[in-house]
Design a protein around this ligand. Sequence first.
Ligand code: NAP
Length: 330
Amino acid sequence: MSDTKTAIITGISGQDGAYLAQLLAGKGYRVVGTLRPGAATDIPGLAFLDIADRVELEHLDLMNADDVNALLRQEQPAEIYNLAAQSSVGTSFGEPTDTFQFNTLSVQHLLDAIRSVSPTSRFYQASSSEMFGNVGRDRLPIRESMLFHPASPYAVSKAAAHWLTVNYREAYGMHASCGILFNHESCLRRDNFVIKKIISGALDIRAGEQERLELGNLAVQRDWGYAPAYVEVMWRMLQTGTADDYLVCSGEVGSLEDMARLVFTELELDFDRHVSFNQALLRNVELDIIYGDNGKARRELGWEYDLDRRRLVQQLIADERAFRAWSAAR
Ligand code: NAP
């Protein structure tokens, strides 16, 4: 029998899917990535990271329990990383039903398929810091022990999926863990996410292709990190003797305005001249400030992370330039 471990990654076409596939392929895993039915198999993230030929793609309807069962029965994966989700907080206010249905039922189907046809599979669920909602400043930083108070349809769906995962772990003894990740960025982030939008916009302004960048609430304070470093924790969580839940964050907090100013300063652009406020970009409910304590992941998983915000911005700009050059040459 082969010693090669199979890992299934749902949401392979997303930001984290590509970086996690790169990490696992580098560790010698056979990587199976799932796509929504009918989705194109030419995935820019995998091509950019030069790993498209190291990932086997499967179309899978995660809303269909029989299809999920069939794939797990056939593959008997050692590890399953569930990254597929409607992942935008903003979109979730416009599409609450689809967001809630997909982000919860897909998880239920995966957990139940593990229980019934692939009980040795270890499971990772992509939980989110959004689940905590507006935490009072006196209670920060966020820790694993704090209660959730989700403040968007997205956050509510992720909280439900989180507790489903915990419930299957406790009820059936499954190795099922949740990574509660804070915002993490890369050049593979979708265009509707604000840090990608700021870096793209600033590079376009720098190139003379655009004059202004419109942003919403710049006062929000967040804990931002680097996606390629965060996916490593997902893997570490599935190598432990006992499954558990972990916060994954930088521990550093800053405002969106600070981040945007850092980007413009790095690119030697005048922030006040080019950036304007657009009321239409405000959300129904906004989290004022969140940041976390990553001590548990450091202590128990041996995870190391030391990218401060300035170096993060420099790295993201360099990556975005590389991604643009690669896209232009395609
Ligand atoms: P992403 O880039 O938006 O990728 C989401 C993935 O889910 C894509 O592959 C997407 O497929 C798939 N998906 C969405 N709706 C689907 C559906 N109805 N059927 C099948 N697949 C569907 O997200 P990410 O940044 O990689 O994040 C990965 C996971 O971590 C998500 O669950 C997200 O909610 C969670 N998370 C992310 C962050 C963050 O800062 N990035 C923080 C905390 C938690 P298509 O390409 O076909 O749309």
